[in-house]
Design a protein around this ligand. Sequence first.
Ligand code: G3H
Ligand code: 13P
Ligand code: ZN
Length: 311
Amino acid sequence: MPLVTTKEMFEKAYKGGYAIGAFNVNNMEIVQGITRAAKKLNAPVILQCSAGARKYASHGYLVAMVKAAAEETGLPIALHLDHGPDFETCKSCIDGGFTSVMIDGSSRPYEENIAITKQVVDYAHARGVVVEGELGTLAGVEDEVSVDAENASYTRPEEVIDFVTRTGVDSLAIAIGTSHGAYKFKPGQKPRLRFDILQAIEEKLPGFPIVLHGASSVNQEHIKLINKFGGEMPDAIGIPEDMLRKAASMAVCKINVDSDIRIAMTAALRKHLTENPTHFDPRQYLTPARELIEEVVAHKIEVVFGSNGKA
Ligand code: G3H
Ligand code: 13P
Ligand code: ZN
């Protein structure tokens, strides 16, 4: 099946009260781990590449791998640019086979965010590509700028109608307390998301797909494995799964996950190499890494996002 946009996926997800998983990909094993899980569960899925992924793996390899996965699985798969930092990066992805791009103008002044987002929307829509914009800033790393929790600002519901109308974006990423990376809350801090803000946005934009970034749950068993086999990850707290389930039942149609995949891959690799110190064939240690990614993604699709059987 050729790559698809997120339009139909989001329409169905909104009506059905579930969300589509959007997983970051950087190499072949990650693409395969995710899409094998999606195939097993007959789930639509979004594979997304950051500017860093394009730098690491190169645009051509990423597009070819994702197209191969779509052909092999026959699933609806969208290829999305994650956190597009500028017009040129978005243009390069639109011209180069992506079906969806994010222009992340969230760290810019409001009017500048509108202007650059609209510029990307005009270019993308003329070529059949959909666009995600962002309002509000998450704590963590965005655009290679570190945003600390104190400087992170929640999305202002009173701005969303103006932003969506003037830019023409197809979906909107919002800040309600999630953040990028493994350390989302301080040790001892109780995870909290601003569902009141999500609710207010949903009321202002009925039927409009909302995106949740920074949504990894951080599997404690995987952290323990990393540390048992020589790693040194401090206590990490992610977004509780019941909160993600609740968001998926509301207007959130796309949930972004990267850190959970990184942590799973690292846990499996550390365990394998420590238990098998003589191994030096990459296929030996990348196989359990790919399998654990598949397990993590299958769990998200089936238990947390509810997109199983929706392809
Ligand atoms: O939100 C950021 C994603 O986790 C991508 O991270 O820029 O290190 O590829 P990256
Ligand atoms: P996590 O770091 O929580 O996995 O978030 C990933 C993300 O938002 C990618 O855009
Ligand atoms: Zn993100």
